[in-house]
Design a protein around this ligand. Structure first.
Ligand SMILES: *Cc1c(COP(=O)(O)O)cnc(C)c1O
Length: 450
């Protein structure tokens, strides 16, 4: 009888992060300044420590993980890999389904994997405070935890709708010592500008980023910390895929397809990039990013230079975007409501080296409930997007009778999202149409470069 739960020893926590840039056929396009010229990496020094800037532009394949960061990882890593036998049985599929479970971190998702690394490098650089944004609260709580572990104060601008919908994520951040404000606030120039135009603004990730960046840029003791999108963030998350590969090796398996939900791209990059290394070396493996139909960045967005925030304070990045002022519908997978996407994921998608698919909200909850009933774990609404596509792949294998090995990233648990499950059970959740007109309007306001 083969294993259900495949675990590694603490000593098997990876010693290096994997940098996908080394195996990409083309170098990533540089970020541009307001004048349309590539910005020198040092220009980011006002908000990031040098070590992270160097990682952001590095072409080295392997980057060593500092020992204090590996020490922090020991609190929840290596994370378990499960064979979803009960789900396979429930579906009656010949496919093998594996999932890597990142909900075992104290914050309940993959996000602390980069939060502790970012806190460490900022501390080393003499920084005492971090500012950041959070959507559903997953990133804010991860950075609050990391700030506590490394002795840094943390201030979080939390998207207002989530602040109101998810009071317990806020108390969690406060428990770990962070200050939390509902964004837009009247504390920053950016927030005041948004409120002047729309006093009832529900906020968005893009707006909250503007506020957090503005604060970091204006204070010497404060740096900014981002939970996804940037190259160094995806780099830190590659411990997920490295561990998963080692775990599959132990049971003599290898995936035909690797699936993860995709908001800013970090949990997808985290599990998929180490497999991309094999793909670049000629091995066959499909890598699939899953996004919501209500915020279909890769599948319906444009590959263009755009701002990472709403107000336009960040450098321009070449990525798939729905337009920096696109306001996605208030779906419950708050972590997937971002107008842009990781430039690395975007470039690999543009070059047709990875796949993307968009799925509607109701189908993701249906999949999440089926998963919980079979496997026990209640997934985060974001993770339900990956569960949906993993189930679809397994059902396709059932129709064709072909053997198939599926791996997906269960990026977090849904214990703070039960209100969303309540609404699903009450029949109150809706599928939002692809918001074509809103996207087209935002697209007309893309910055003109090149
Ligand atoms: C934030 C989050 C995501 C999506 O963010 P990425 O940057 O795309 O990884 C997915 N799942 C969970 C549980 C999250 O908290």
């Amino acid at each position: 009888m083969s294993q259900t739960k495949i675990v590694l020893e603490e000593s098997e926590i990876p010693t290096h992060w994997y940098n996908v840039v080394a195996d990409m056929p083309n170098r990533p396009a540089p970020p541009l300044g307001p004048d349309g010229k590539p910005i020198p990496p040092q220009a980011l020094g006002a908000i990031f420590p040098e070590a992270l800037i160097l990682q952001e532009v590095s072409g080295e394949r392997w980057i060593p993980i500092p020992e204090p960061v590996r020490e922090a990882y020991r609190l929840w890593r290596p994370s378990p890999l499960y064979r979803a036998r009960r789900l396979e049985q429930a579906l009656g599929t010949p496919a093998k389904i594996y999932y890597k479970y990142e909900g075992v971190s104290a914050a309940g998702s993959h996000k602390p994997n980069t939060a502790v690394a970012q806190a460490y490098y900022n501390k080393e650089a003499g920084i005492t405070r971090l500012s950041t944004e959070t959507g559903a609260g997953q990133w804010g709580s991860s950075l609050a935890l990391a700030g506590q572990l490394f002795g840094l104060a943390v201030r979080v601008y939390m998207v207002k709708v989530s602040y109101e919908q998810k009071p317990f994520r806020r108390s969690m951040m406060q428990t770990w010592g962070a200050e939390v404000y509902a964004s837009p606030t009247d504390r920053t120039e950016s927030g005041r500008k948004i409120l002047a135009a729309d006093p009832a603004s529900p906020g968005s990730l893009g707006i909250a980023i503007s506020e957090a960046v503005e604060e970091a840029a204006s204070r010497k003791d404060t740096n900014y910390s981002l939970g996804s999108v940037l190259n160094h963030v995806l780099l830190h998350q590659t411990i997920i895929g490295q561990e998963a590969k080692k775990q599959l090796e132990k049971v003599g398996d290898y995936p035909d397809v690797v699936i993860a939900s995709c908001g800013g791209g970090s949990n997808f990059g985290g599990i998929a990039f180490p497999f991309f290394a094999d793909k670049a070396a000629g091995r066959r493996v499909r890598l699939v990013a899953v996004e919501p139909t209500s915020c279909p960045t890769l599948t319906k967005g444009k590959y263009a230079y755009d701002f990472g925030d709403t107000v336009g304070l960040t450098p321009l990045m070449l990525m798939y975007t729905l337009g920096h002022d696109f306001m996605p519908p208030g779906i419950h997978a708050g972590g997937l409501r971002y107008h842009g996407d990781s430039p690395l994921v975007s470039q690999l998608y543009h070059e047709k080296l990875i796949e993307a698919v968009a799925v509607p909200q109701l189908a993701t909850f249906e999949a999440g409930v089926a998963f919980a009933r079979a496997e026990g774990i209640i997934p985060a609404p974001e993770s339900n997007h990956a569960v949906r596509v993993a189930i679809d792949e397994a059902l396709a294998a059932k129709r064709t009778g072909e053997p198939k090995t599926i791996l997906f990233n269960l990026s977090g648990h849904g214990h703070f999202d039960m209100a969303a499950y309540d609404r699903y059970f009450a029949g109150e959740l809706e599928d939002y149409e692809y918001p074509k007109e809103a996207i087209e309007r935002s697209m007309q306001r893309l910055p003109k470069v090149g």
